[in-house]
Design a protein around this ligand. Structure first.
Ligand SMILES: NC(=O)c1ccc[n+]([C@@H]2O[C@H](COP(=O)([O-])OP(=O)(O)OC[C@H]3O[C@@H](n4cnc5c(N)ncnc54)[C@H](OP(=O)(O)O)[C@@H]3O)[C@@H](O)[C@H]2O)c1
Length: 258
């Protein structure tokens, strides 16, 4: 399988490392020269990764091409490239719609948008893809769990939640620090906090259907700590702050003509 990456930054580094440690047979990856440090690192660490001299060389090498430049760079970068009809193009670019993508990568016949996150490096990442293209779903199933959505509006809603990674870690950091202020050793605090919330997410993932209301209710013993904290935090408006942040983030995506 011949893959190419245009834009070798944070997300390409994670996807390439995830793929190279996933045990796929016959994988050959070409990465674009920018960023120099990241592309050189990948080429030095994985024998099946080559750092090309130009973006066009990446395309010429690849059957599946992933576009991973920043949104404000994407139109210009794509306009400089000559795609083939048989290229499959996967765009990670947040604010580039399918309509814009199809036009920018013509004459390539198959293109889609996808949302891999840095946790693909550990092969444990939900990866929304739209539209679902068989070879792309197969590829991403080696580094995570491909997620099918029905349209771009749904894709943008899921993409919005990926803007909560920093607030999530900030919250965990704050809770971990709180236990440290009560005498817990910092390494114990951070490990316990990460493990606690991972175990809760894992338990939710095991239930079928996943009903967050029911899980919250089940944990809330009458007059217990969970019931008290759930009431206090809801009343404080903290949930509303997250929803309002999402309302503003989703507005950054282009309006769709669906
Ligand atoms: N990070 C994530 O978790 C994540 C998740 C999903 C989707 N995405 C999307 O993926 C895209 C990349 O995100 P990122 O976080 O990886 O950003 P990033 O770390 O800034 O990577 C972008 C890369 O593009 C390179 N670049 C700039 N101009 C170029 C050109 N003309 N030709 C080739 N490469 C060029 C940059 O090189 P220089 O460093 O030399 O400028 C940089 O290494 C964005 O559109 C983002 O929305 C990111």
């Amino acid at each position: 399988m011949k893959l190419g990456f245009i834009g070798t930054g944070k997300i390409t580094a994670a996807v390439v490392q995830g793929l190279c440690t996933s045990g796929i047979d016959g994988l050959s990856i070409a990465v674009s020269p920018r960023n120099e440090a990241t592309s050189s690192f990948l080429a030095q660490h994985f024998s099946n990764v080559r750092r090309m001299h130009s973006n066009q060389q990446v395309l010429d090498h690849a059957d599946i091409v992933c576009i991973a430049v920043r949104p404000d760079q994407a139109a210009h970068v794509l306009s400089q490239l000559r795609f083939r009809e048989d290229h499959i193009v996967v765009s990670f670019v947040s604010f580039l719609t399918c309509h814009e993508l199809v036009r920018a990568v013509a004459p390539a016949r198959q293109s889609c948008r996808a949302i891999p996150l840095p946790s693909v490096i550990h092969h444990t990442c939900p990866i929304p893809v739209f539209p679902a293209i068989g070879p792309v779903m197969d590829l991403f199933s080696t580094i995570g769990q491909p997620v099918t959505v029905d349209n771009e509006t749904q894709l943008h809603a899921l993409w919005t939640l990926t803007g909560l990674i920093s607030p999530f870690y900030d919250l965990l950091g704050s809770l971990s620090d709180w236990t440290v202020s009560h005498g817990v050793r910092p390494d114990t605090a951070s490990q316990f906090t990460a493990d606690l919330f991972q175990s809760l997410a894992h338990a939710a993932r095991q239930s079928d259907p996943i009903a967050f209301d029911a899980l919250a209710h089940h944990a809330a013993t009458p007059n217990g700590m969970n019931e008290q904290a759930a009431h206090e935090i809801l009343a404080s408006g903290a949930h509303q702050a997250y929803r309002q942040a999402c309302d503003r983030l989703v507005q950054r995506f282009p309006i769709l003509d669906e």
